[in-house]
Structures are given as structure tokens and as C-alpha cells.
Write a protein that binds this ligand. Structure first.
Ligand SMILES: [Zn+2]
Length: 209
């Protein structure tokens, strides 16, 4: 996890509602103090209608989005669109750490199977154990279905590797083909930020794990 600069103190010369907005924006990933100020003043200049659309969009993701009860992807319908689709290959499950990793992989259009979102990776240093991510649910899925390939697409950092190794120990005895994305992805890469070409190559070059 990268540390980011946050504004801890309100700027005394600025009106309180503006300060509040800047502070909230600054909590968002990738938004530093300068960007937070720029967005806040942009919103201040925009029409009430525009501001309302943004506020409502934020609230509706919180109110309408749940997790798919099968793959744990974020969704507004259960099962999600991928699990519910008749066009997907139901014999393959690709394991990812976060819902946004699905977005990155879907963007490449290379994979037509199902997914399973762990919602994290094993990290003893951050106190994330094997019971804290959706591993139990994954094993249930593997037992109950005719899955013939599991693709490990966890991140290529330490936590992702640890998680992949742990899953390998659990899945190998089940007699299911197990593959891992090829090392086209540099170590330390978060899937979400990989470009399409690298991700496509890594997917095509996936290996027995
Ligand atoms: Zn689903």
C-alpha cells in the first residue's frame, strides 16, 4: 500500500464547507491535496444539477451495489451479469483479488469463463489470514461444480504470491487443472494497473501451477 499525502488541517482562510469537501476528496485514491482543491472549486462553479448527479451517483453505488453470492463480484443483480450469462464458459474459474481486477481482465476480452473474487490477499504483516478472504466459498464452488480449470490471477507481489501458493496447496488435490498468469507481468504489479497488451500476453502464457 502506497502512503498518500492527506490534508490534516483545514485551511483557516477557506470557508468551512469547501474545506470539508477538499478533505473528503483528498481521501480518495490518487487524489492529492492539489487535485482535491481543483475538484472542489470545479464543483463549486458547476450547476446544482451537476453536483446533484455526482452526489446521487456516489450514493447509489453504496445503496444498490451488493456482492454476487456466487463469485463475490460487485453487482446490482444477484447472480451478477457474468455468473448469469449463458455465453460464459462455466468450466473455468479465474481467481482475482479485487472486483476491479475483473474489469481489467474483461477489458482484454481474452477470457470467457467465470471469476472468483477473494477480496484481498493473505498478508501476515497486515493481519490478513486465510479466513479473512473468500477462500472457503471458493472451495465450496469447486466441489459443487464441474470446474476443469482454475486460473490464479492474484497480483504478482508478495501477498499475491503467498495467496497463490496457499491456493495451490488446497486445489491441487482436487485434480483440477491449475494455471497461473505468465510472468509477463513484472513483479509488484497490481493487475488493475496493467496495460491490455501485458495482461493479454500474461493470460495467453498462463502456465500449469
Ligand atoms: Zn457472479
Amino acid at each position: 500500500m502506497k502512503q498518500k499525502t492527506t490534508i490534516n488541517q483545514a485551511l483557516p482562510q477557506t470557508a468551512e464547507p469547501i474545506n470539508k469537501l477538499i478533505q473528503e476528496l483528498n481521501k480518495l485514491p490518487g487524489i492529492g491535496p492539489k487535485s482535491a482543491q481543483r475538484i472542489a472549486y470545479y464543483l463549486l462553479r458547476s450547476s446544482e444539477e451537476e453536483a446533484k448527479l455526482l452526489a446521487e451517483a456516489i450514493l447509489s453505488v453504496k445503496r444498490q451495489i451488493t456482492l454476487c453470492s456466487s463469485c463475490f463480484n460487485v453487482t446490482d443483480s444477484d447472480p451478477c451479469r457474468i455468473c448469469g450469462s449463458l455465453e460464459r464458459d462455466r468450466n473455468k474459474i479465474c481467481i482475482v483479488e479485487q472486483p476491479q481486477d475483473i474489469l481489467a481482465l474483461e477489458h482484454t476480452r481474452i477470457y470467457k469463463g467465470l471469476y472468483h473474487v477473494l477480496h484481498g490477499a493473505i498478508s501476515p504483516t497486515e493481519g490478513v489470514g486465510t479466513d479473512d478472504i473468500r477462500i472457503k466459498e471458493l472451495l465450496e464452488r469447486l466441489k459443487g461444480n464441474e470446474i476443469n480449470e482454475v486460473i490464479l490471477a492474484t497480483n504478482t507481489n508478495l501477498e499475491g504470491e503467498q495467496t497463490a501458493l496457499y491456493l495451490q496447496r488446497l486445489i491441487s488435490p482436487l485434480g483440477i487443472r491449475l494455471t497461473r498468469l505468465a510472468r509477463g507481468l513484472p513483479f509488484g504489479t497490481e493487475l488493475e494497473y496493467a496495460d491490455d497488451v501485458t495482461l493479454t500476453r500474461a493470460f495467453e502464457g498462463r502456465q500449469e501451477f
